[in-house]
Each structure stands twice: as C-alpha cells, then as structure tokens.
Design a protein around this ligand. Structure first.
Ligand SMILES: Cc1cc2nc3c(=O)[nH]c(=O)nc-3n(C[C@H](O)[C@H](O)[C@H](O)COP(=O)(O)O)c2cc1C
Length: 187
C-alpha cells in the first residue's frame, strides 16, 4: 500500500492563511492556521471547523475558554505569519507592538486584518495529535476586500531564512504528531 498520493495531491492545492487568536484566564495567544473550513451554509448560522495541534500554547487557551477569533490575512500581513506561526507564545508575547483589542469573546482582535470572525466552540473531536473544533460564529467584521494571503504566495514571498524555519518546524511538528497519532490509535 502507498499513501504518498496524499502528500502529492494536497501539495497541488492552495490554502488561505488565517491567524487564530484566543485567551483564557488573563493569558492571550495566537497561531497561524490553514486547517480552517466553513462548516455551515446557513447564512444566519455560520459555523467553522478548525484543527489545532495539542502541543501549541493556543490550543491550551481554546481548550480552557472555548472561544477563538479567526483573522483572514492579506499579503501585507506576511510578517504576522513569522510572528505567530514560527514560535510559541510560551516563550514571548506575540502581540508586543501590535494594536490588539478584546472582542465580545475577549479574544484579542487585530483590526488591521482583512476581517475576523469570533467563534464559540460547540463540539470538539480528539484525533490524537489535534483537536478538531466545530464552532459557531457569533460576531465578525469585514475590513478590507484585498485578496487573502495563500500558502503558495507566502512561500513565494518568504526569505530563505524563514523558508528554512518553516521546513524545520514542520518536520519537528510532524514527528510530535506522528507519535501522538500512534498512541491514540493504540489506546
Ligand atoms: C502556514 C502555516 C499553517 C499552519 N497551520 C496550522 C494549523 O492549521 N493548526 C495548527 O495547530 N498549527 C498550525 N500551524 C503551526 C502553528 O501556527 C505554530 O506552530 C505556532 O507557532 C504555534 O504557536 P503557539 O504555541 O504560540 O500556539 C501552521 C503554521 C504555518 C506557518
């Protein structure tokens, strides 16, 4: 059996880049996410599905509070990808120098994003390496019609040192995920 088709086929797809922020017990954090999907076609009942790896600081905040905010990023937010996607908030305040304000969920909102959705978790599925959250959208704002930043564009724009950091982090995360999936399958 050969599962390499999964990597090849997914590599042919492009994804928009989101900044997911959360808060709990006076702590705040955020990460870059591409595991984000619209999960309802009912205009007055919008829902999303997001998948967060359990080793991330932001996962702890969503687990504790059940709320998060999704920001759609544009090309001008490339620096946020490095800031929120390449290090852990356990080591630094990722919001230092940024204008963030609390939304209705108390999650930090970055008003410069293309727009944001504030979400409350309705269901959570433990998949070993991740928790897959189904959440209702309870508030949101469209700020700009600029095109979203995608992974393909981000990779074109990334300087060599950031590309190396992305690759290293992805390999490290994949090793942690693989061990967690194995444990989960055996349990
Ligand atoms: C392009 C890109 C997409 C990512 N997508 C996800 C994702 O969907 N889910 C996730 O848990 N982590 C994802 N990550 C990894 C986190 O953003 C990253 O590990 C972050 O530094 C975690 O920060 P934290 O520990 O402060 O929460 C992605 C990273 C990048 C660069």
């Amino acid at each position: 059996m050969d599962v390499s088709a999964a990597t090849s086929l997914f590599a042919r797809l492009d994804r928009e880049i989101w900044l997911l922020t959360s808060q709990a017990d006076g702590r705040r954090g955020g990460l870059i996410a591409t595991f984000v999907n619209q999960a309802s076609i009912v205009p007055e009942m919008p829902r999303v599905v997001v998948g967060l790896a359990k080793q991330h600081h932001t996962w702890e905040l969503v687990q504790a509070s059940g709320v998060f905010a999704l920001h759609l990023l544009g090309q001008r937010h490339l620096e946020w990808v490095w800031r929120f996607g390449l290090s852990s908030a356990r080591r630094e305040d990722k919001f230092a120098g940024l204008e963030a304000r609390p939304g209705v969920t108390n999650c930090p909102l970055l008003p410069d994003a293309l727009g944001w959705l504030e979400c409350r978790v309705e269901a959570a599925l433990d998949t070993g390496d991740r928790t897959v959250y189904l959440a209702e959208v309870i508030d949101g704002r469209v700020v700009s019609d600029d095109p979203p930043l995608t992974v393909a564009r981000m990779l074109q724009l990334a300087p060599a040192d950031k590309l190396a950091d992305l690759k290293r982090q992805m390999n490290e995360d994949a090793a942690v995920d693989a061990a967690a999936i194995r444990r989960w399958r055996q349990s």
